[in-house]
Design a protein around this ligand. Structure first.
Ligand SMILES: C[S@@+](CC[C@H](N)C(=O)[O-])C[C@H]1O[C@@H](n2cnc3c(N)ncnc32)[C@H](O)[C@@H]1O
Length: 200
């Protein structure tokens, strides 16, 4: 069983059913109502939120258990999301072009794959499209309130500015905030928000 299937196997939703606080804050920067890819969406809290706001959403994850729970959440909320079982390391990022690409807490990506996955997310944007990324900075490991224990899995503003130098960067901010997102992410956290727009 993949480790995330195991983590998602309890009745409750590990990160809750409400969207990430940063997504609620940054959503107005997305192309309103656009075709939106949500990667590593887990149990669906972020994809269902965006679908409820009128976006056309495709959401991917490699946990079947997570996707089943995401589907149930979508039904409960009366929204439609195209859920796809997909390993992020096998994606052909240019196969489809989206208005928006959203990645929230994809800190499972190891350092040797990080740059290719991060640039892949931007490759999936159509010209003028918007990338929204939210995650942890290395200081999160000392706080221990969520995420993996390897500092090199986290992002810094410098790394994102370098990887996304071809995007017009609208937000690239490291900050600390108290979050309460299910059992998985709880307490004062070292966070980073990024929003970048691809040239027309
Ligand atoms: C910390 S959870 C975040 C889930 C969701 N983005 C959220 O914020 O609620 C990380 C997610 O990455 C998914 N994941 C881990 N490895 C993956 C891989 N190789 N390909 C696709 N998804 C993966 C897990 O199944 C899990 O849903």
């Amino acid at each position: 069983m993949n480790p995330w299937d195991q983590r998602f196997s309890s009745e409750d939703y590990l990160f809750g059913t409400e969207p990430a606080a940063a997504l609620v804050k940054l959503e107005p920067r997305l192309i309103a109502g656009g075709q939106t890819l949500v990667v590593a969406d887990g149990e669906g809290r972020n994809s269902t939120f965006l679908a409820g706001k009128g976006y056309g959403v495709q959401a991917t994850d490699y946990s079947e258990v997570g996707l089943v729970k995401a589907g149930k959440l979508a039904t409960r909320m009366g929204v439609s999301v195209d859920y796809q079982l997909q390993n992020i390391f096998d994606v052909d990022w240019t196969a489809q072009q989206f208005d928006n690409v959203v990645a929230v807490f994809i800190q499972f990506v190891p350092p040797d794959a990080m740059r290719s996955v991060l640039s892949g997310l931007a490759s999936a944007l159509r010209p003028g499209g918007v990338l929204l990324l939210h995650g942890y900075t290395p200081e999160q490991v000392d706080l221990g309130t969520g995420g993996p224990s390897q500092r090199e899995h986290m992002y810094t503003a410098g790394l994102l500015q370098e990887v996304y130098q071809d995007l017009s960067i609208e937000v690239c901010e490291e900050y600390r905030a108290e979050i309460s997102e299910g059992r998985g992410h709880r307490g004062v956290s070292a966070l980073i928000d990024f929003v970048g727009r691809k040239a027309e």
